[in-house]
Design a protein around this ligand. Structure first.
Ligand SMILES: [Zn+2]
Length: 407
């Protein structure tokens, strides 16, 4: 079998989808539009036997609903189905939290399939993302209802964290309201878990800020010690730090800080929170760029607990959150000029040790193209941008801070 091929460090990913060659469903019937043109695996595996859902169908296929879309009709259909009938929802216009991934040599040109491929299939081909669950559980998931226990039914369901984290993700989407435009401020701080996150997630926004005479401070929470697997931890840190210096020189940023938390084991301990609080109190940023709490990476999640704990009480600033390992639906989109995008790509190239393992250039291009697709630009970055108190309140309301992973 040619697949699966996992990315370098799947243990850091909170919920690792199962890579399959075909969907674990039989006799699917589609609803809400014929998906064959959009989803190659359906055409390939079911061809002309894929028909609109009828009494002979053994499973139900539809697109995953967008946040804010009216889901009444879909939920009505799901409630009518036998509780255990498998429902397979595919990723189309909105990023879903997948439990299955399918690789194809030929894609439908959708940027999300290319982004998924970079994370699981080394940047080759196109990867479809699917969420497959029994009807009763799918209805609960879409309603954002907590599930009492994980679903384990046979060897194909290896992803034990999937159900609990999928509900976390679904509930968290409901909190992403009232996003604000990104406007000029005098000082911004970028707080990122890893070397390269700052370029990937807000490289373009930093360039725009710099062009606008904003002072930019960059803080990395982790030490880069686990990012280069062929050398020891200390050497890995040195390589990553040297790469970050080159990337910052490319962007023209001098104000940088390395807080030295252990990569893949970041925790909101006293030392790191004190260091961060001190830096924020001194620099007094008006906007802080960080990672979204529902990003699918252990350190990205933890970075939010650190930021919350470190946040100085008297700091009145906004938070612009972005994501990488779980694409956030478009909120405040910042369009990049061709020149800004090229400079961002040059800065990304400085992280050679990381690009050797994952095709971050392709990932970044397609991610930024996905965010630009509704706008008059080729590339854009995406942020959920709100006052810090709103951000932390929403994080609390999403209940993700009480997250308990199964398995
Ligand atoms: Zn990262």
């Amino acid at each position: 079998m040619q697949w699966p091929r996992f990315m370098r460090r799947p243990s850091n990913i909170i919920s690792v989808p199962t890579v399959v060659e075909s969907l674990p469903i039989t006799k699917p019937g589609f609803s809400f539009g014929d998906p064959r043109q959009k989803v190659s695996s359906l055409e390939r595996d079911f061809g002309s036997t894929l028909l609109p859902f009828n009494e002979h169908s053994e499973s139900f296929v539809a697109p995953f609903p967008r946040q804010g879309e009216n889901t009444e009709l879909l939920l009505e259909r799901l409630d009518e189905l036998p509780r255990k009938m498998l429902v397979a929802l595919y990723e189309s216009k909105t990023p879903l939290w997948p439990n299955f991934l399918i690789h194809h040599a030929v894609g439908d040109g959708l940027n999300l399939q290319s982004v998924r491929s970079c994370m699981r299939h080394q940047g080759r081909g196109y990867t479809e993302a699917w969420c497959v669950l029994p009807a009763s559980k799918m209805a609960k998931l879409i309603r954002g209802q907590k599930l009492s226990k994980p679903l384990l039914c046979g060897s194909s369901w290896q992803n034990k964290r999937f159900l609990s984290t999928a509900v976390d993700h679904q509930r968290t989407l409901a909190q992403l309201e009232n996003t604000q435009p990104i406007e000029h401020v005098d000082r911004i701080t970028v707080v990122m878990p890893h070397y390269d996150d700052e370029v990937l997630q807000c490289g373009g926004a930093m360039l725009q800020a710099l062009a606008d005479n904003t002072t930019v401070q960059v803080i990395w929470l982790s030490d880069g010690s686990r990012g280069v697997s062929s050398v020891d931890h200390q050497q890995s840190s040195q390589i990553r730090r040297a790469e970050s210096a080159a990337a910052m020189a490319e962007l023209g940023i001098k104000n940088t800080h390395h807080l030295g938390g252990i990569e893949t084991l970041l925790t909101a301990d006293d030392s790191i929170c004190e260091q961060l609080r001190h830096l924020l109190s001194e620099f007094r940023p008006q906007r802080v760029h960080g990672v979204w709490w529902a990003d699918n990476h252990v350190d990205h999640y933890e970075a939010n607990l650190i930021l919350q704990r470190a946040w100085p009480q008297d700091l009145d600033a906004t938070i612009a959150a972005s994501s990488l390992w779980q694409v956030m639906p478009p909120r405040t989109v910042v369009e990049l000029t061709t020149q800004q995008h090229q400079q961002k790509m040059r800065a990304l190239q400085c992280y050679k040790s990381q690009i050797d393992a994952v095709d971050y250039s392709r990932l970044s291009r397609h991610l930024d193209a996905f965010f630009a697709s509704q706008y008059d630009a080729d590339y854009a970055e995406n942020f959920w941008h709100v006052p810090a108190n709103e951000y932390f309140t929403a994080m609390q309301a999403s209940q993700i801070t009480a997250r308990r992973w199964f398995g």
